[in-house]
Design a protein around this ligand. Structure first.
Ligand SMILES: *Cc1c(COP(=O)(O)O)cnc(C)c1O
Length: 360
């Protein structure tokens, strides 16, 4: 059966090579006579898989030695709570509210202490990143939280230099981690649910600087204490072993593509192709200010919204699926993460042009 062009925002498509390797290794991993799903998480096989996944991620992102890499559960959503629980330590934290996800993070953090909105673009319907003079930072904040790629609104911040001053910068990178090289040392903590650009749902990656460990209150649930998770190598309890294995296969695949510099070039080309198609048309429209358009999640509306349903139905006939936009924004959204080949984006843009010719 032919694979379809899957533009889902998450869980999202995985590289075909990775799926095929997982299929081949499913019942008998590297001759050990069992599946990764059936292994003890403390056995030498799985310990090796975890160590290799961490080493490959460290290499891909050039993670400095004074950062821990944790493989946790609960999704990015649990991080909305785990971050303030660990880092507030009786102080206040700042949040930039640049879309639905950072707004959710901000709301959740309010349950655990004092948090401030240090700037928002909500009045502009989250169609751009914040201008420097719209950000009012508290220099004594425990941290500044940002979402560097807003998956629903399609807003990406392309440069965080100087964003938080001396305040530790905490970033939700769920939907664009590994899409480009970044300077990890600019961040105090980076987190990402896996199911967008890393692997299947079930594992959440947290990369955090050593000095952030050990400030949690005494009554924090043990499982949520970053320091305890770090001491135990993410193995305080059973980790999501199969999801970690799959993430590890994706890291190896990324290395074979040439790493993050190489994947960034392809991602730029893919995004350019789709934005050019949208901007050249009178039917499609992307509302985001060009300087902050996401390379990963590209929302667009049809100027004739009465055509929405036929667009989705005809797209499906062309093997193009999961293209409907988030209900809060409407219209369409094409998520084009690392695993989406440029041919998939070409199939979409060709379909969009044909559809416009035949309906306008
Ligand atoms: C999907 C997403 C989340 C939520 O992730 P879960 O793993 O479902 O909790 C949070 N932030 C961003 C930016 C996302 O794209």
């Amino acid at each position: 059966m032919e694979r379809i062009h899957n533009f889902s925002a998450g869980p999202a498509m995985l590289p075909q090579e990775v799926l095929e390797q997982a299929r081949d290794e499913l019942p008998n991993w590297q001759g050990c006579g069992m599946s990764v799903m059936e292994m003890s998480h403390r056995g030498k096989e799985f310990m090796g898989i975890l160590a290799q996944a961490e080493a490959d991620l460290r290499e891909l992102m050039a993670i400095p030695a004074n950062y821990k890499v944790l493989f946790l559960q609960g999704g990015a959503t649990l991080q909305f709570a785990q971050i303030p629980l660990n880092l507030l330590a009786g102080r206040s934290a700042d949040y930039l509210v640049s879309g639905s996800w950072s707004k959710k993070a901000y709301k959740e953090a309010q349950r655990f202490g004092t948090v401030r909105c240090a700037g928002t673009t909500e009045a502009d319907k989250f169609t751009r990143w914040l201008a420097p003079d719209e950000i009012q930072l508290d220099p004594n904040a425990a941290y500044l939280h940002v979402c560097t790629n807003e998956t629903i609104h399609g807003v990406e911040v392309h440069d965080v230099a100087g964003l938080s001053g001396n305040v530790p910068l905490v970033a939700d990178m769920s939907s664009h981690i590994l899409s480009r090289p970044i300077d990890v040392s600019r961040y105090a903590l980076i987190y990402a649910g896996a199911q967008k650009n890393i692997g299947p749902a079930g594992v959440t990656i947290v990369i955090l600087r050593d000095d952030l460990l050990g400030h949690a209150p005494a009554n924090i649930p043990t499982l949520l204490d970053y320091a305890v998770q770090a001491e135990n190598g993410s193995m305080l309890n059973t980790p999501p072993t199969y999801a970690i294995y799959m993430a590890g296969l994706v890291f190896k695949w990324l290395k074979r593509q040439g790493g993050l510099n190489a994947i960034e070039k392809i991602n730029l080309e893919k995004a350019q192709l789709l934005y050019d198609t949208i901007d050249a048309s009178s039917l499609y429209r992307n509302p985001v200010e060009p300087s902050c358009r996401s390379r990963m999640n590209i929302p667009f509306t049809l100027t004739k919204s009465s055509l929405d349903e036929s667009f989705i139905a005809e797209a499906k006939k062309h093997g193009i699926v999961q293209i409907k936009g988030h209900s809060s924004v409407g219209g369409m959204r094409a998520s084009i993460y690392n695993a989406m080949p440029i041919d998939g984006v070409r199939a979409l843009t060709q379909f969009m042009q044909e559809f416009e010719r035949s309906h306008v």
